[in-house]
Design a protein around this ligand. Structure first.
Ligand code: SF4
Length: 244
């Protein structure tokens, strides 16, 4: 257990795990299930010069926006690709875009109430939107804001595979809510509230050293304000103990 300088949150633990292999990073399984996307393969090895990076980003975003791989494409205005930056300090992965995100066309839009709470997360961490990657497990909104079905999240994880293959992975990955937690840790993993306060220090697919940090989704905090305090404590812990 890591000594906590904040006093109250004794349950915050940094757990070392040698390596985690999220299913979406399993190239063989993804290709067997989904087929290879030729355009993305073409840009896979592009250098990380910023111009090339922008080209990759444009191509990737364009392909996502025209995606019709599952029926959610008929429920949203348009699939919303992740907001990816060149030098990310952290990544946030939520479930899927909300109503306002769908209207505005960006994930975690500041115009929505959840987006406003999310901005507070960033304030605690001392990060701006220009320094982080904003992404979702599924890129399309559901009409009624119901959770996407497992099958659709799994289909959409093809894009997650390319997100990690084409762009830089930051050292801090905040998984917001149960679906994002399970995307990384496995679909049978305990719920976020059961492991609240656990942080995983690990190597993603045995390669990239990362902290996987489960925290409640801002929309959950919107409906359950009493959990906000603990979420802020976890974010402060990350800022003070791991980032600095
Ligand atoms: S949810 Fe993902 S896989 Fe399904 S249509 Fe939208 S972008 Fe494509």
């Amino acid at each position: 257990m890591v000594k906590n300088t904040l006093g109250e949150m004794e349950e915050i633990k940094v757990k070392k795990i040698d390596s985690i292999y999220p299913a979406f990073l399993n190239e063989k399984a993804v290709h067997l299930k989904q087929g290879i996307i030729k355009n993305l393969l073409k840009i896979k090895n592009t250098d990380y010069h910023s111009a090339d990076y922008d080209n990759k980003l444009d191509l990737f975003s364009g392909l996502v926006k025209s995606c019709k791989r599952c029926k959610l494409s008929r429920e949203c205005k348009i699939p919303i690709p992740p907001d990816i930056v060149y030098q990310p300090k952290a990544m946030f992965v939520g479930r899927n875009p909300g109503k306002i995100d769908d209207i505005v066309g960006v994930p975690f839009s500041q115009r929505g109430n959840s987006g406003k709470i999310f901005s507070k997360y960033l304030d605690v961490l001392g990060l701006s939107r220009e320094e982080v990657i904003l992404s979702n497990v599924a890129y399309c909104r559901t009409k009624t804001n119901r959770p996407p079905e497992m099958e659709h999240m799994q289909v959409c994880s093809l894009w997650k595979y390319w997100e990690f293959r084409l762009f830089k992975t930051p050292p801090f990955i905040f998984v917001l809510g149960n679906d994002a937690l399970k995307l990384f840790m496995g679909w049978g993993y305990p719920s976020l509230l059961a492991i609240h306060g656990d942080i995983y220090h690990t190597f993603l697919a045995g390669k990239k050293e990362v902290y996987i940090i489960p925290v409640n989704h801002p929309s959950f905090i919107l409906r359950n304000r009493e959990w906000g305090k603990d979420t802020v404590k976890i974010l402060r812990f990350v800022k003070q103990e791991l980032m600095e």
